[in-house]
Ligand binder design. Structure first.
Ligand code: HAM
Length: 422
């Protein structure tokens, strides 16, 4: 049997790379125009950084979704299941709160979660993550959601639904959880096992349930939105007002619950209709209080992350044409044994300025031209006895079939002049 990648992980093959690069470049441009700087944090951190942040009742902790191991020094370490905690750890460690506020940081890279694998749900996947630290203003919430929407539409996505809600302040959440407990505990034996577990650990998560009998109990009840204190409600109203002003289409989601416990007030997701059950491209929200709980200053913050695989999947649904892998400009073909080294030497020189491929063994002209064509090059450059005697290369345009003898010393310029029209 052929060796296999670990379940839930995948290779990004050369032919996939153009789409990944295009996405990364576009995202970098959009985010950097909005004042974000890139930050690269380690792929693993002390386990407690993630546990403290996600919360004891989050999916990451309850469903044991973290890849945790003990190193030789008996320290418990975890592969990052999200960017936010490591990024906040770095913000605190490097005293970034003294920088002009708000501080806006983004990261792109692999994320690890021990989840049940299905389409759109992997164990190693990639996120683009943005955090904005230092402002509690509703304007920043709206701008952050708008920036997410713009980032995705600039990539070429249609059919996006922004679901926006507020989970309120901690007191509101506590009041809502109390309400759910008081209402549901007398009927707890009618809940599923997972439902009972949620009722015990974090009753709000019951709103996420797909179990029909749990749904029947939950659906008629009040929503977290009904428990917002007046300030949180005004904050949310302002966020919506701004999104309307900027024409960002969104739906009010009165029962938004996220799998992570740290959110306060604004929370949102963006979904795409075309990619199956795992339709959430992106999730995020405000997390005032989190920097402090990690031992930092009392800095408010808001952020989001999107799954790169899911976004690429959605892009493929919206516009199936894939960007092509760029081939070399020229492919050099040795026609005899002596030319093998000559061609390799010429390729080294040309590569200072141009992408160039070559054959590593001598070829007859027919086979050499086929190799050049398969490499994706536009020009085949042939070298044999005649060319050696004349001090030339024979250059063939593989699209038009035109052929020319070019002096050795003029080859670089000849090809350079033809790069523009690629
Ligand atoms: P999250 O909702 O857990 O939020 O993940 C964000 C996105 O990552 C999801 O919407 C989805 O596209 C993608 N994703 C999550 N799990 C998987 C998986 N197993 N396979 C493939 N894609 C997946 C966070 O991670 C928060 N840290 C976002 C945030 C940043 N909130 C504030 N700042």
């Amino acid at each position: 049997m052929k060796p296999q990648a670990v379940k839930g992980t995948h290779d990004i093959l050369p032919e996939d790379i153009p789409a990944w690069r295009q996405l990364e470049q576009s995202v970098r441009t959009t985010l950097e125009r909005a004042g974000a700087s890139e930050i690269r944090t380690p792929v693993f951190e002390y386990t407690e950084t993630f546990v403290k942040t996600a919360g004891e009742s989050s999916d990451l902790v309850v469903q044991k979704e973290m890849y945790t191991f003990t190193d030789r020094g008996e320290r418990s370490l975890t592969l990052r299941p999200e960017f936010t905690p490591g990024l906040l750890r770095a913000y605190i460690q490097h005293g970034m709160h003294v920088r002009p506020s708000p501080v806006r940081l983004y990261s792109i890279g692999p994320i690890f979660r021990a989840e049940n694998v299905q389409r759109g749900r992997y164990r190693q996947f990639h996120q683009v993550n943005l955090e904005t630290l230092g402002s509690a203003d509703a304007l920043v919430d709206a701008e952050t959601v708008a920036l997410l929407y713009d980032t995705l539409t600039v990539l070429g996505l249609d059919n996006l639904t922004v679901r926006l809600g507020s989970v309120g302040d901690p007191e509101d959440r506590a009041a809502y959880n109390r309400y759910l407990r008081d209402t549901l505990e007398p009927e707890a034996d009618r809940l599923s096992e997972t439902g009972r577990e949620r009722l015990r650990l974090n009753p709000m998560r019951l709103l996420d349930t797909k179990d029909p009998s749990d749904r029947a109990l939950i659906d008629p009840l009040k929503r977290p939105f009904d428990f917002l204190n007046p300030e949180a409600a005004a904050h949310f109203a302002r966020v919506r007002e701004l999104l309307e002003l900027w024409n960002i289409p969104h739906e009010l989601d009165t029962s938004i619950v996220r799998g992570l416990d740290y959110y306060r007030r604004t929370a949102f997701e963006i979904h795409h209709a075309g990619i199956g059950a795992q339709s959430a491209l992106c999730g995020g929200g405000r997390y005032d209080g989190l920097v402090r709980s990690l031992g930092g200053p009392d800095t408010p913050g808001i952020g989001w992350a999107f799954g790169v695989e899911r976004v690429l999947d959605a892009l493929a649904e919206d516009s199936p044409e894939r960007p092509a892998l760029p081939g070399p400009l020229a492919f050099l073909v040795p026609l005899d044994a002596e030319a093998v080294t000559e061609v390799a030497t010429t390729a080294r020189e040309l590569r200072r300025e141009l992408p160039v491929g070559h054959a590593f063994v001598s070829r007859n002209p027919g086979r050499g031209l086929r190799d050049a064509d398969r490499s994706g090059a536009r020009y085949a450059v042939l070298r044999g006895t005649n060319e050696r005697e004349n001090g030339t290369f024979q250059v063939k345009n593989l699209q038009s079939g035109e052929q020319e003898d070019v002096q050795e010393a003029a080859l670089t310029d000849y090809l350079l002049e033809r790069t523009e029209s690629r």
